[in-house]
Design a protein around this ligand. Structure first.
Ligand code: ARG
Length: 353
């Protein structure tokens, strides 16, 4: 484990003439990608203990459901020297979701990349805070099994190659029970939710669910795996029509009512979710080489991509559509692989725009 130097002892010659007590050497700082959940709450203490660093806890609002308590205040009570909850929903929609929508971006033709497309923005926010605070380290809560560790590492390094990345959950392989024990022993305040067999990630563009019984592809996802959509069998019998207005490939109104992107996506998530639209059950090929069964609920994304493709069918020449489908595949793969800041993504974006 790479451990930060505990102190920097400089032999200052001027020290002999100065009477005041020697100043405590400033500790290095780490910006922690913080969610308020068990892992990242415990990480605040773990980072101080193992790396002797000051922790700045940053939560990024990309439209995940709010926590039951004030997670910023709790991070401070748990020892962070600073904490913040930064709302980037508008930027998320305009600079990440809309470009993905214009590309009809779907990984393996089924998953609208909801988790993947948020990661580059989160890394940008963290790197910006690190720069402002003069922090040398960034920490994230990803484990060694998923795609997100790669997306964080690659995203952060593309922002600033000098940043040093710490992933506590890659170094400290632990169980939920051990973490709860560690929290108790160290007086860490946590919100212990009812233990869930699933691991979820949520934002405006969609919700993902993995682990538990889902790992058996013979099993149909149980009702409890779905949290944001109504079972299509229980949806209202009468269909509902909704008119989506686009300008330059970007949705701007619903049934003639103009609204900003965040509101438009929230509204569609609720509306289409009530009809069971946007449920996805997928055995996915992860970037790290494993297959994993996941379910997704992405009502707004699925509705908007279908509408956007319909619009293209009406307006684009045949050859352009065919060629765009090839570009879209590559574009989606780049997002999935955490390569948003790669030059090729920008070049493909220019064609798509
Ligand atoms: N497999 C998806 C992806 O890599 C989503 C993973 C989100 N994490 C979770 N714990 N559900 O983009």
């Amino acid at each position: 484990m790479a451990v930060a130097k505990k102190t920097t002892t400089k032999k200052a010659s001027a020290a002999k003439t100065v009477k005041s007590a020697p100043k405590k050497a400033a500790r290095d700082k780490v910006v922690l990608a913080y969610s308020g959940g068990l892992d990242t709450s415990v990480d605040i203490h773990w980072l101080q203990e193992n790396y002797n660093v000051d922790v700045i806890a940053i939560a990024v609002n990309v439209g995940q459901p709010p926590s039951k308590d004030d997670i910023v205040a709790r991070a401070l009570r748990n020892g962070a020297i600073k904490a913040d909850f930064i709302d980037v929903r508008k930027e998320f929609v305009e600079d990440y979701i809309w470009p993905a929508l214009k590309a009809n971006a779907m990984y393996q033709n089924v998953y609208p990349l909801s988790t993947a497309v948020a990661r580059p923005l989160i890394t940008k926010v963290l790197a910006d805070v690190a720069k402002k605070e003069g922090a040398k380290y960034i920490a994230h809560g990803c484990t060694a099994k998923g795609n997100d560790q790669v997306r964080f590492d690659v995203g952060l390094i593309s922002q600033n190659p000098d940043l040093k990345i710490i992933a506590p959950m890659r170094e400290w392989v632990t169980t939920r029970e051990e973490e709860i024990d560690y929290a108790k022993k160290n007086g860490i305040e946590i919100i212990v939710k009812k233990s869930s067999p699933y691991s979820r990630d949520e934002n405006l563009w969609g919700n993902s669910c993995e682990c538990g019984i889902l790992e058996d592809p013979w099993e149909e996802p149980p009702a409890g795996a779905w949290a944001y959509t109504v079972d299509p069998a229980k949806a209202p019998a009468a269909p509902k029509y909704i008119e989506i207005g686009f300008e330059k490939g970007i949705p701007v109104c619903l049934d003639g009512v103009r609204m900003d992107g965040v509101k438009l996506i929230e509204t569609l998530n609720e509306l289409a979710g009530k009809y069971g639209v946007g449920r996805i059950d997928h055995v996915e090929d992860r970037l790290v080489g494993i297959k994993s069964r996941e379910t997704y609920e992405c009502p707004a994304a699925i509705t908007l991509i279908a509408a956007h493709r319909g619009l293209e069918a009406l307006t684009l020449p045949k050859d352009t559509i065919e060629f765009k489908r090839i570009i879209e595949q590559k574009f989606s793969q780049l997002i999935y692989d955490g390569l948003w800041y790669e030059g090729l993504r920008e070049n493909l974006q220019a064609f798509i725009d």
